[in-house]
Design a protein around this ligand. Structure first.
Ligand code: ADP
Length: 567
């Protein structure tokens, strides 16, 4: 595509020079006719050739622009692919780092400018380059200085535009974190997830103030950059106007010295306006525009080039998990969220992870799954270091699960989206997690659309949670992690659900985070965490028979369940 684009650019550039040449021939013949040295028919022939050349140039203009649009669409698709592929390879911990979020943001805006910057560079070299090369060659045949002039006046402009690109690179750097904040404040006011609470709190005015402050800062930065740009543009324009005058003067001298024919003078003069416009377009618009965007395109290129270097191995089918002296601290945080954890989780074991809020349960799950790399210690899946393995065969249901606005079946099958839909299997899993499809609510069974966005039905928090659990359980995996996915489900129902989990998770290694100890009972083993450390480890029976954190929590919670026969 690029080769064809370049060829079209060259032909289009030549067609412009041809127009000047045929105009010269036409004007020359008119002047000969006036002197009585030529017949009208010869002039008519020149006129026809000139007409054809002009039509050809217009035709090339259409073809070139049309092909540009097609290439734009195709390239846009490829660029998006590169971007999504890179995002798919990002380590999840990178999302905890605000600088990284800015990089992603900047890369995304850079991906939009890539086509225009790359085609501008191609256009400058092959279309404008061809045009100026042939044009200066043509002028050179009359007067060598004239030929050089047209190229030399071009050079200082390029330099000053490169300076502009530095201004815009700085603007990108400074405005990315502000843009992210501004977008977030907007979301807090208008997004479906936020607006109810924001309204009730009466906090819209608060967010609006922050939003406007952010916008003002952005505008201020933009204005500053625009001012610098305008000053440098003004300087360029002076240079360009001056050179335009010099070319005119040179031309005038050349005619007086009879180096340039009258026809050539007329042709160049009529085309000089076009040359000037073209130069202006190249320098002020296309080149200027490209130099403004080159900074953001650079961000995109850096982003996609730092893709994972290491090829990872497939996960073993069955494995024990060994954690050796694991320590983990979040980026931009000083306190260790996990400290010196050593454990072995055996294949097929169901482990309940309990402990007060902030004790490190969620972080341990993420480290266990390989989503976060520990700063200290090592994790082995069987004999392999976890960091050398491709993350597969693992399934998880998170506290903050996603509400995908798609059908029930799509929601559940996401982890196995390539598989053919097996209605029976899907219905079975819905039943297991307590989604009653026969209810009127699900008008189209497993094909019912969820969420109001696309005219679907809205679910309660508990129902959404069950859909997320079904999704986690449906995925074919050797290991499943359930990080307290049942907060919106009532405690007795939760206990029943956990008993079903135990059945579904049979033969799988399962880690269940819960703060309701009635659910922890179903596990083979209970691990108690406090302040990032494991403080107790044993079966439910073992742990309630000794004095300690678990027994204390258990006694506390017993009061909640006086009517529950399970306790
Ligand atoms: P739990 O799941 O037991 O409630 P977490 O694993 O969520 O505990 O948190 C453990 C510790 O790590 C807490 O002190 C918490 O403040 C901190 N923490 C959790 N998430 C982040 C984060 N994204 N950035 C910084 N610190 C975090």
């Amino acid at each position: 595509m690029m080769v064809l684009y370049i060829l079209l650019a060259i032909v289009y550039g030549i067609s412009w020079v041809l127009q000047v040449v045929v105009s010269q021939i036409f004007f020359d013949r008119i002047s000969f006719m006036i002197e009585g040295e030529m017949e009208v028919i010869t002039i008519l022939k020149a006129l026809i050739v000139m007409g054809i050349t002009y039509i050809f140039a217009q035709f090339m203009n259409g073809v070139f622009n049309y092909y540009g649009q097609i290439s734009n669409m195709k390239l846009g698709k490829e660029i998006d692919n590169l971007f999504f592929k890179r995002v798919d390879h990002l380590a999840p911990i990178e999302y905890e780092d605000t600088k990284r979020l800015d990089d992603i943001h900047k890369a995304e805006s850079g991906s939009k400018g890539l086509f225009w910057v790359s085609t501008t560079i191609l256009d400058i070299i092959f279309f404008y380059g061809t045009y100026f090369l042939f044009m200066s060659g043509y002028l050179y045949t009359f007067n060598p200085i004239l030929g050089f002039c047209i190229v030399i006046i071009f050079i200082p402009c390029i330099f000053s535009k490169l300076i502009n690109s530095v201004f815009f690179r700085n603007l990108e750097e400074e405005s990315a974190p502000i843009k992210r904040k501004v977008e977030y404040y907007k979301l807090c006011m208008v997004d479906k997830e936020f607006y109810k609470e924001t309204r009730i709190l009466g906090a819209t005015a608060f967010f609006k103030r922050l939003y406007i402050q952010g916008l003002k800062k952005l505008n201020h930065l933009k204005m500053n950059t625009q001012l610098k740009k305008s000053i440098s543009d003004f300087m360029i324009n002076i240079v360009t106007v001056f050179s335009y005058g010099v070319v005119l003067y040179m031309l005038f001298l050349s005619v007086m010295n009879q180096q340039v024919t009258v026809g050539a003078f007329a042709a160049i003069l009529t085309n000089l306006g076009r040359i000037y416009n073209l130069m202006d377009e190249v320098i002020s618009e296309r080149f200027g525009w490209a130099s403004e965007n080159i900074a953001s395109v650079e961000n995109f290129l850096n982003f996609i080039q730092e893709d994972e270097k290491q090829k990872k191995q497939d996960m073993p089918k069955e494995f024990d998990i060994r954690l050796k002296h694991i320590g983990f601290t979040y980026p931009m945080s000083k306190k260790e969220a996990l400290s010196d954890i050593s454990l072995t989780l055996y294949q097929g074991q169901t482990v309940a992870l309990v402990g007060e809020n902030g004790s490190g349960k969620t972080t341990l799950c993420r480290v266990l799954m390989g989503l976060y790399q520990p700063d200290k210690g090592e994790i082995f899946y069987g004999d392999h270091l976890l960091s050398t393995l491709e993350l597969m065969n693992i399934s998880a249901v998170f506290q903050k699960y996603c509400r995908y606005k798609m059908t029930v079946s799509e929601n559940i099958q996401l982890g196995e989206f390539w598989k053919k839909t097996d209605e029976k299997e899907l219905k079975g899993i819905c039943k297991d997690v307590g989604i009653h499809l026969e209810q009127e609510h699900f008008t189209n069974g497993i094909y019912t659309m969820l969420g109001r966005e696309f005219d679907g039905i809205e679910l309660s928090g508990g129902q959404w949670q069950r859909i997320a659990i079904a999704r986690g359980l449906f995925k074919n995996s050797n290991m499943i992690i359930l990080d307290e996915p049942t907060a919106a489900i009532d405690p007795l129902e939760e206990t029943r659900l956990y008993q079903d989990f135990a059945k579904i998770c049979k033969n799988k290694t399962a880690v269940i985070v819960t703060h309701r100890l009635a659910s922890a009972r179903i596990a083979d083993r209970v691990i108690v965490m406090k302040e990032g450390k494991v403080i107790q480890d044993g079966s439910h029976e073992q742990l309630i028979s000794v004095e300690g954190e678990y027994k204390k929590m258990y006694e506390e919670q017993k009061k909640w369940y006086v009517n529950d026969r399970n306790i």
